[in-house]
Design a protein. Structure first.
Length: 110
């Protein structure tokens, strides 16, 4: 399974090309300048509502404000509980036997 991440650094490039400051964009959107800064450095996500408002303010389509990266899910190493068998059907203490009552037990080691 894969995921998608959005990189909003192109937003800063586009903002500079428009000649706008972070403060100007922030005032237009009714947010703090630090919020715009965090968006541009990927330190904070951008809501869909804010993304469309940014596109309107900058006069650009939404797709120019970010890039999309497909992320592959990291490979997972199976986690084994302490004392669990290392292979299916094998118990770390040796083969299992049953006594005359059918109760599982471990065979004595010789």
């Amino acid at each position: 399974m894969t995921g998608v991440s959005l990189d909003f650094r192109p937003m800063a490039v586009l903002r500079r090309r428009c000649g706008a400051s972070q403060a100007t964009i922030a005032a237009e959107l009714g947010v703090c300048t630090s919020t715009v800064s965090k968006w541009e450095t990927n330190a904070r996500g951008v809501s869909a509502e804010s993304l469309f408002a940014l596109a309107r303010v900058m006069g650009a389509p939404v797709w120019q404000l970010c890039t999309v990266t497909e992320e592959k899910e990291p490979s997972r190493t199976p986690v084994r509980a302490p004392g669990a068998p290392t292979r299916p059907g094998k118990h770390p203490s040796g083969p299992t036997t049953h006594d005359s009552a059918g109760t599982p037990g471990t065979s004595p080691r010789t």
